[in-house]
Write a protein that binds this ligand. Structure first.
Ligand code: ADP
Length: 487
């Protein structure tokens, strides 16, 4: 079994299939975005490894299904506790691997990964019920039956957090799982795989296959042995996955990108609005939910911009392991080049870049300066497409109707932020905003009971509470007649 030593722990670099670590001949090189440090070579799987994993998950399925919500819940609760006990290690390795802030991994992200597992285990036991109802003396019993093998494909921006957001409900629902993490961030998935074994999860219930999306991911999504595909990532990849799923009519859920609006109404607390706008640079802008289009009422735009630029120019950019750092590096040289491309093309088109606009030369490496583009052409690429970096655009509006029209004039619909000083005014705007989640005078407040997902090209389906189980389970209605009984 091959492994690497990172942050004081040994992390296997092979897949986890049927309770065994399996190394592939081919490998993928993994480096840290913080300083380019080589972290190790991870196994790079393809159709063969996927086939083994699907078979293992299918064999493990009946026993896992038959354990029921309580039996599964016991193991999942142990797993959640193990994550909690290993928050520090998980935080360290995730920061090394994807460059997001260590302090937010410690305080928010990793405890949340544990909560994702615990919440769905408890929901399956306590909340997943439907009162029987009667039809002319016949009783309808609705149940959520396990569906089989769930294929979970996750991105690099919040690797373990987004994986557990799928793993929790899939396993609690009684499905067995194959996780295909992003090729740039395999570390936390491998460490987590060890925790599933320590928690006593039977072999084959949880499997991980590492490898490129075009090989391991493609083989997984077209496999006839899987019953569900849950994907978080980009729109172009989602289209490929939807086509692969169509071949077997495998149900899919897609959580994709966004170009979310942050609307500052004329009655907004501008200090609050500027603080919320600064938060859109979190994780170096590599967050699908980010409100990257700042739509500001023309009467307050000068005051807002002054406050925003003042805060933005004081942002502490640097090593994500340092406590005072607010914005770290981008994930990968290819991704940095993509961000640079967007901003350079905008510059060539004459965009007014009032802040940042280039890599941080002092820091070098993969650091890109927090950037603000003033009033770009509303039809331009920088205002319409997801950059997935610390790049915000600002536009003004004259009235509520214009604000709403601008906010909805996008092919995405993942999230929106509305900042207003009057409840009725905010409600007037939120009523017809098209977005899966809207935050009013706040950002990123998330509750696992709430639905989460995107409208339009931001996705298909919703996660959270019973919505997750509606996807991972086969929902069944058993109608029992009042007659025909011999007892
Ligand atoms: P990004 O552009 O942010 O890297 P992707 O959507 O390409 O986002 O990647 C998200 C996840 O999808 C990763 O785990 C990646 O390996 C996987 N992936 C990429 N291409 C495919 C594909 N053709 N089939 C299945 N999964 C894929």
């Amino acid at each position: 079994m091959n492994s690497i030593s990172v942050a004081g722990v040994e992390i296997p670099t092979g897949h986890l299939i049927n309770g065994h670590r399996i190394d592939s001949v081919r490998t993928l090189r993994n480096t840290s975005p913080i300083d380019g440090q080589f972290l190790g070579d991870f196994s790079s799987g393809g159709a063969g490894e996927i086939d083994l994993a699907v078979n293992a998950a299918r064999v493990a399925f009946p026993a896992w299904r038959d354990l029921g919500p309580s039996g599964r819940g016991e193991i999942l609760e142990k797993l959640a506790t193990l994550i909690e006990e290993n928050v520090e290690t998980l935080a360290q390795i995730e920061t090394l691997d994807n460059g997001a802030l260590l302090r937010s991994h410690r305080k928010g992200v990793m405890p949340r990964a544990a909560a994702n597992i615990r919440f769905f285990a408890e929901w399956a036991k306590e909340q997943l019920k439907h009162e029987p109802f009667e039809t002319r003396g016949h009783i309808n019993n609705v149940s959520w039956d396990p569906s089989g093998v769930a294929a979970l494909i996750t991105p690099w921006n919040a690797p373990l957090m987004l994986a557990t957001w799928k793993i929790g409900p899939a396993l609690a629902a009684g499905d067995t799982v194959i996780l295909k993490p992003a090729e740039w961030t395999p570390l936390s998935a491998s460490f987590f795989a060890d925790l599933t074994m320590k928690a006593g999860m039977p072999p084959g219930v949880f499997n991980v296959v590492f490898g490129p999306g075009e090989e391991a991911g493609a083989a997984l999504t077209k496999h006839p042995g899987i019953s569900r595909i849950s994907f978080t990532g980009s729109v172009p990849t989602a289209k490929i996955i939807a086509k692969a799923a169509a071949e077997n009519l495998t149900p899919i859920t897609l959580e994709l990108g966004g170009k979310s609006p942050l609307i500052v109404l004329e009655d907004a607390d501008l200090e609050l609005a500027a603080t919320l706008a600064i938060e859109q640079y979190d994780n170096a802008g590599q967050v699908c939910l980010s409100g990257t289009r700042l739509l500001v009422h023309e009467k307050v735009v000068d005051d807002f911009t002054r406050l925003f630029v003042d805060k933005a120019s004081r942002i502490n950019q640097g090593d994500p392991r340092h406590e005072e750092t607010q914005v770290g590096p981008q994930i990968h040289p290819d991704h940095l080049a993509r961000i640079e491309g967007f901003v350079e093309r905008a510059r060539k088109e004459g965009a007014d870049i009032v802040l940042g606009g280039k890599p941080n030369e002092q820091l070098g490496g993969l650091f890109y300066q927090p950037t603000l583009v003033m009033k770009p052409n509303p039809e331009s690429e920088i205002f319409r497409e997801e950059v997935f970096g610390p790049v915000l655009c600002l536009q003004t509006f004259a009235n509520d109707e214009q604000a709403l029209a601008m906010a909805n004039d996008t092919e995405f619909g993942l999230a929106a932020v509305v900042v207003s000083g009057r409840r009725e005014h905010a409600a007037k705007i939120t009523k017809n905003l098209v977005a899966g989640t809207i935050w009013v005078n706040c950002f990123f407040v998330r509750d696992l009971r709430a639905p989460f997902g995107g409208s339009k090209k931001s996705g298909i389906g919703r996660d959270g509470g019973t919505w997750s189980f509606d996807f991972y389970a086969d929902v069944k209605n058993t109608v029992v007649a009042p007659h025909g009984w011999k007892e």
